[in-house]
Design a binder for this molecule. Structure first.
Ligand SMILES: Cc1cc2nc3c(=O)[nH]c(=O)nc-3n(C[C@H](O)[C@H](O)[C@H](O)COP(=O)(O)O)c2cc1C
Length: 336
């Protein structure tokens, strides 16, 4: 690994062409974790850094964070908007993305129609998180520039389907580019996902064990020392399954919600308030563990923990992913 990152080739795919970046690697937006520092480091290294608008308490603080990123890099970056009704800040945050000319918005949950229309009007792109074909078809018909296919084993809200099936299945049925998310920690996986039809990857968990991530050291160490089977899905954080590392506290807390709560989360009259209350309580637990130390450890991470061995700067993570990918690419992908 002697070559400098700048010496490495670009990896040209539909995603790098759409965004004008060097590598088709997005550092996925992470609630309470991604900040301008991490975003700038990833984008400057040739990937695309991303952060959720809700990482800031107020819309004005969010606008300041975007301006900080724009002051430190001229390269593309992304903002994540939750586009469902439970997000009271959606309209304001979308207006800010438009005013600040954010190059890429990544939507999750809900209906991205308005976001796509407004971002396209200023020449920016919109990628939509999806976990199944029906929703992927819907966002494609609304004009999404790409889908981010979140598979099982992903950190955060994991999808139900293995990437081994989800990526080629979406590829067979969609015309827009597919970005694979879930479990990616090493370059060989990017090569495999490219063979299956992905035009890029979105990586979350690997960027928690990262020098720039401002999380408690115990969280980073838990990622390095966990095995794939330590990852559990819990509904206790947002009402829908979120991947967490099994700890004495999460085991005690349990992973299922009560029948009454499940009913209230489905009922059209109580759904919105219930979702907001559950998400608020869940985010308090996550926040405590991120800022730590605490014995109430609730650490979100995906199965890719098993392939993560050290805490490194974002630029080194990108460089290693690219070198590992190219090593495989040279020996297998591009064989005549
Ligand atoms: C701690 C954590 C928080 C996350 N928060 C968000 C979020 O706020 N919005 C979002 O769209 N995705 C979120 N994600 C998902 C990531 O952006 C990315 O899609 C996912 O982590 C990819 O799977 P991996 O962790 O296995 O690499 C989060 C993931 C993690 C691990």
């Amino acid at each position: 690994m002697n070559a400098k990152l700048s010496d490495l080739k670009t990896i040209e795919t539909a995603v790098t062409k759409l965004m004008g970046c060097q590598y088709p690697i997005i550092a996925g937006p992470m609630f309470l974790i991604s900040d301008p520092n991490l975003v700038v480091a990833v984008s400057e290294a040739g990937g695309i850094g991303a952060m959720p608008s809700l990482n800031w308490r107020t819309a004005e603080e969010f606008r300041k964070a975007i301006r900080e990123v724009k002051a430190k890099t001229k390269k593309p970056f992304a903002i994540n908007l939750i586009v469902n009704q439970a997000n009271p800040r959606l309209k304001t945050d979308l207006d800010i993305c438009v005013e600040e000319k954010v190059p890429l918005v990544i939507t999750s949950l809900g209906n991205p129609k308005e976001t796509i229309a407004q971002m396209h009007a200023i020449g920016s792109k919109v990628f939509c998180d999806v976990t199944n074909l029906a929703y992927a078809k819907k966002v494609e018909s609304l004009g999404a520039d790409a889908v981010i296919a979140v598979s099982s084993g992903a950190g955060g809200h994991a999808g139900p389907t293995s990437a081994l099936v989800l990526i080629p299945y979406l590829k067979r049925n969609l015309s827009i580019p597919i970005i694979a998310a879930g479990g990616v920690s090493i370059g060989a996986q990017i090569a495999a996902l490219r063979l299956l039809g992905a035009e890029g990857v979105q990586v979350g968990t690997r960027f928690i064990a990262c020098t720039e991530a401002k999380v408690d050291e115990a969280y980073k160490q838990a990622i390095i020392h966990s095995e794939p089977e330590d990852i559990m899905l819990t509904k206790k954080i947002s009402g829908t399954p979120v991947s967490v590392i099994k700890t004495p506290y999460t085991e005690k807390m349990g992973f299922e919600i009560s029948k009454i709560e499940a009913y209230l989360l489905k009922n059209s009259r109580t759904k919105k308030a219930m979702k907001m209350a559950r998400t608020y309580l869940g985010s308090l637990a996550l926040k405590k563990s991120i800022l730590g130390p605490t014995f109430k450890e609730v650490w979100s991470a995906g199965e890719g923990v098993g392939l993560i061995q050290s805490v490194e700067p974002a630029a080194v993570i990108i460089e290693t992913l690219v070198k590992e990918y190219l090593a495989i690419g040279n020996s297998r992908l591009h064989e005549k």
